[in-house]
Design a protein around this ligand. Sequence first.
Ligand code: ATP
Ligand code: MG
Length: 370
Amino acid sequence: MNENDNLKSKIDAIVKVLEQTKNPATNNSLLEDQAVEEISPLGEDNILITLNLQVDKKTAFAVEASIRTELSRHNIDSSKVKINYKTEPAATHGSENTMPPRVKKLENVKHVIAIASGKGGVGKSTVSSNLAAAMAKKGYKTGLIDADIYGPSIGKMFGHPGKVELQILDEKKIIPLEKHGIKVMSFAFLLDESQAVIWRGPMLGKALEQMLFDVKWGELDFLIIDLPPGTGDTQLSLAQFVALEGALIVTTPQDVAVQDAMRAVSMFEKINIPIMGIIENMTEFLCPHCGEGTKIFSEGGGENLSAKSGAALLGKIPLSIALMSSAEKGKPAVIENLEENENEIIKKSHAAVIEAYDNIAVNIEKKIRS
Ligand SMILES: Nc1ncnc2c1ncn2[C@@H]1O[C@H](COP(=O)(O)OP(=O)(O)OP(=O)(O)O)[C@@H](O)[C@H]1O
Ligand SMILES: [Mg+2]
């Protein structure tokens, strides 16, 4: 094992310990509460953990003691781990249904909307980028955050798959990439691939907070956040940091996708984020040869999820080659101009995709006005 592997496995073990240690103020794990500000190498083979605990000093000592006991149980030399903590007078947490204490509003951004699903590969990133494009096409000032650290794909969909040299202003604000009239930020713009692995767990919340608040978004009507699959850390961090208008849940038509999507719905309900609506993706495959639609993933998923969750079905998007190939070309399909001499069936399929997204955009406008 080389030094880097050693460090990585030590940090992984520490993350596990912190995952299991409770924050006495909330009874959640320290990670869940974003109480871990930093885990970083310190000198030769020491590690520094910085905690932000909303408890008094005495309770913080007890937390430290319990972390040290657990570290020893995991065969980590606790004398080589320095634990710093900021303590604050215990915060008033109010009733269960209040927003978490650190939620901030993003200045000058009217609507922050998260795109989520319980399941991977259902089309969240495709929906996020095309919806952002549909909103921008309507004249709204639109931003898009790729909050998926493990599988960022928004950059690729906008023609910038890797690290991007972004301008940083004096006041340490990053200027986002501007592409097709949309302001875009992704973890992938900031990191080399090899760095991503160390930015897990506790660092993730910090990185997400920076992505929201240290980026010069300027005035925006909509900021769309493409979430990773599942109901993990990123979703919880997001709910802790920023006041969200709500979440849009993407599902595909089959039952199993609906079950997974329902898990995402329940999680958002638990953390008091309203479900703004359901989007069914891959409703029917539009054949590029004959133009016929085939419901290859069964049907009814969007309606079922809408009935179960009580959130409106905002639209259905066909499974179309236009959507896949435009993602590969780095321009969302809804703003892509096809060649004049393109095959008529492909043109029709492309038009169906545009219509689907335009409808969803109108439904979101209605939702926001209601
Ligand atoms: N309606 C559609 N028609 C054709 N292809 C689609 C459609 N929706 C998504 N795809 C394709 O399916 C693949 C997965 O989509 P996407 O990356 O958007 O899913 P995701 O839910 O964001 O995945 P992950 O959970 O990995 O983040 C991509 O190749 C995308 O181009
Ligand atoms: Mg994705």
